[in-house]
Design a protein around this ligand. Structure first.
Ligand SMILES: Cc1cc2nc3c(=O)[nH]c(=O)nc-3n(C[C@H](O)[C@H](O)[C@H](O)COP(=O)(O)O)c2cc1C
Length: 199
C-alpha cells in the first residue's frame, strides 16, 4: 500500500519540476521581449578604450577582425583601402606613444581618390566594422586620427603602399574587464538634438 507521505513527496517533486519548466519558459519569453540583440548590445555598450593589458591579441582574433574590415561596403565596391598591421612595439610607439606589448595597430590607408570614389568615407566604414568586431570579441579598440600625419611622412617605416595615404589608425588590444563600460563611455548628444522626423 502507498504511504501518505510518499504521495505528498511525489506531488511536491512534480510541482517542483513544473515550476522549473514554467520558470525556464518565462525566462526565454522575457529574453525574447528584451529590445536589441547581440550586435546592438555590442555597439551600444562599446567605447574607445585607453588602457590595455599586455595580453596579446591572437592571430585568430586579428584575422577575423581584418575579415570584417574587408567585408565593409564601399562606393561602387571599389574597396579603396589597404590595412597595414603593425605589431612590433618600436614601430607602434612611433605612431601612438602609450601602446603596450600585445596591442595591434591597423593603419587604414585610402587609395588616392579617383572619379566617383570616396576613400576616406569607405575607410571609415571599414574601420568601424573592425572596431565593432574587436568589441564583439571582448577586446578593446580605439580609433586614432592624430598619428596619420607622422605616418604619411614616414611611409617606408610604416610600409604604406604606393598610391595610398593613411587615413586613420585602429588600435586593438586586451583590456581590464573590470572597467565599467557605462561610466567609461563618453556622453552623446541627446537624440532630440540629432534626429528630426519629417512631419
Ligand atoms: C576619426 C577619429 C579620430 C580619432 N582620433 C583620436 C586621436 O587622435 N586620439 C584619441 O585619443 N582618440 C581619438 N579618437 C577617439 C574619439 O576621441 C572617441 O571615439 C570619442 O571621444 C568618443 O569616445 P567613446 O568612443 O569612448 O565613447 C578618434 C575617433 C575617430 C572616430
Amino acid at each position: 500500500m502507498v504511504r501518505h507521505d510518499e504521495v505528498i513527496t511525489a506531488i511536491m517533486m512534480r510541482l517542483g519540476f513544473l515550476f522549473l519548466v514554467v520558470a525556464l519558459l518565462g525566462h526565454t519569453t522575457l529574453k525574447a521581449q528584451e529590445p536589441g540583440n547581440a550586435v546592438t548590445k555590442v555597439i551600444l555598450s562599446g567605447f574607445s578604450e585607453r588602457a590595455y593589458t599586455h595580453e596579446a591579441v591572437t592571430e585568430e582574433q586579428l584575422n577575423l577582425i581584418l575579415e570584417c574590415g574587408i567585408k565593409a561596403p564601399s562606393a561602387r565596391n571599389l574597396q579603396p583601402w589597404k590595412f597595414t598591421v603593425i605589431q612590433d612595439e618600436t614601430t607602434m610607439k612611433e605612431a601612438i606613444g602609450n601602446v603596450v606589448p600585445g596591442n595591434v595597430l591597423i593603419v587604414v590607408s585610402g587609395k588616392v581618390a579617383e572619379n566617383g570614389s570616396t576613400p576616406d568615407f569607405d575607410c571609415g566604414l571599414a574601420t568601424e566594422s573592425m572596431f565593432v568586431a574587436a568589441h564583439s570579441l571582448g577586446l578593446g579598440a580605439r580609433i586614432y586620427g592624430s598619428p596619420v600625419g607622422p605616418i604619411n611622412n614616414q611611409r617606408e617605416l610604416f610600409q604604406i603602399p604606393d598610391g595610398y595615404n593613411a587615413v586613420v589608425v585602429l588600435r586593438i588590444g586586451n583590456v581590464d574587464k573590470t572597467v565599467d563600460a557605462v561610466t567609461a563611455a563618453t556622453p552623446r548628444k541627446p537624440s532630440a538634438e540629432i534626429v528630426n522626423f519629417r512631419k
